[in-house]
Structure formats: C-alpha cells, structure tokens
Ligand binder design. Sequence first.
Ligand code: HXC
Length: 260
Amino acid sequence: MTQVFNKDILQGKVAFVTGGGTGITGGVARAFAEHGAKLAIVSRKEENLAAMKAEVEAFGGECFTVAADVREYEAVEAAIAKTAEHYGKIDIVVNGAAGNFLCAADQLSPNGFGTVVDIDTKGTFNVCRAAFDELKKSKGQILNISATLHYLATPMQIHVSAAKAGVDAITRNLSVEWGRHGIRVNGIAPGPIEDTEGMKRLLMPELKDKLVRKIPVGRFGRIVDIENAALFLASDAASYVNGVTLVVDGGSWLLGTSLM
Ligand code: HXC
C-alpha cells in the first residue's frame, strides 16, 4: 500500500501499547514505530514481546518490552514506571490487550465471563489509571481498541460484547474528565479484519464467503486499515478529536454481519 502518512508524524513520541505483540494491536504498535514513535510493549507472553522487539529493531526502531498482565494493577503500575524511567516520558497509551473465545451464554461460566471483562475492561481502566500522571505531564492521549459486537447483538460473544461496551464507556468518561488535563481519549472499533489470528480462530472458512457478501464495501478489513486509523487519531491531525470511537468496518455493523 502507498505510504499514507509522513514517516515522521509520531517522531519523538513514546507509545505504551498493551497487547502490542500480536494481531491488530501489534500492527498498530509496529506502524507507530515506523512513523517515529519509541515503543514500550506489554504482553503476558515473553515470546510475543521478543518477536515484536526483533521486528521493530530490524527497521531501526526502538522497542522496550515489559511482561505484565493488565488484570494486575501493581504489575501495570510497575510497567508504566519502568517505561517512564527508560524513555523519560509516555505520550500515547494504546489499550489493546483483550481476551476472546466463542461461547454460548448458556454454556459460559461466570468466571469465563469475568475473565474477559477483567482483561478488556478492568485492564483498560488499570492502564489508563496507572498512566494518568505521565499523560498529564506529556499532555498525551489514550487509544482504546474496542469492537462493534455490542452495537447490535452478537451471539456467542456476550462476554466480549459486555467487556467492549465497558471499554467504550471508559473512552467517553475519561475524554470528559481528562480532556481538561490536555489528555485526549479515543477508541477504534474494528470490524471483520481478515489477517488476524482471531478471525482464523473464530470464523470457519465456509462462513467467510457468506460474511464477506454482507460487508458493504465488499471486502474484509486488513490490519493496515486499523493502523491508518490509529495513526490519524494519534497524530496532531486529530488534536480536536476527543471521546470518539472510530468505527473501521467498511459499514458492516449498519447491516448487521451476524451469521445467525
Ligand atoms: C468457554 C472458556 C474458554 C472457551 C476459557 N474459558 N476459554 N469458556 N469456552 N473457549 C473460561 C475457562 O473455562 C475459565 O472459567 C475462564 O474462562 C478463565 O480461563 P483461563 O484459561 O483460566 O483464563 P486465562 O488463562 O486467564 O485466559 C483465558 C482467555 C485467554 C480469556 C481465553 O487465554 C484468551 O483470550 N486468549 C485469546 C486472546 C485473544 O485472542 N485476544 C484477541 C482478542 S480479539 P472456569 O469457570 O472454567 O474457571 C478481540 C476482538 C473482538 O477481542 C472482536 C471479534 C470479532
């Protein structure tokens, strides 16, 4: 794809990215580094961190890694402190760590429901809360990776739908409470994105053709579509954009892409 944004739009910025080792958020992290940001990525899995670090350093970027679980506030606080110590500041926080599996509501255990809410919703709050002092100093910003599952209703996804509805509430509330400190808080809601592990795992191949016919623009999204939306929101071009969750789904949710 043609380079859409100038290579230096995030020059000098420090981006702290949870779930930044893989998938959509991994793409966002790499794109931020390609556009000048210094990265700190957080994941539970050391192997995901090492792979992204190698990828970013291969093109001359900087990538600091911290293994932590966003459900544990003390671990999150420590990750923020280590990053601030390493780079001297934090300008951008991306909340991408998320849990997901398909399960019908009548089969889902309370702990299964709670686990996804803990990772997505409480994890997002934990990171925002722990990063507040640094973001206040830098007049920084937060980008929460959400979904469109909860705009209508998505069978087998009650836990993720509830969790992401909570994430959207956090985006709106913090944009109002922290806007006065110069902190912008926005989100991105990706629709069906083809080149993700989640799509491979969650969608059977025979259902893919059926689904793509329901997407108004006639194709699945790609991770780069989300990267470009994130670059826009993180850049000064979006300096008056606050409290928005930008839907990047080719218009899918308006038609409802549920296959049931
Ligand atoms: C039913 C399940 C389950 C499954 C776990 N649980 N997997 N229930 N079906 N497939 C239940 C367990 O039985 C347990 O409840 C509880 O959840 C906790 O499970 P653990 O394995 O102990 O938890 P943990 O190791 O902390 O994490 C589990 C996990 C996580 C949430 C499943 O490993 C995970 O999400 N991995 C995938 C990460 C991922 O793909 N992220 C990208 C998200 S994409 P009980 O009652 O038995 O104790 C995304 C986009 C949304 O979010 C839009 C998509 C269209």
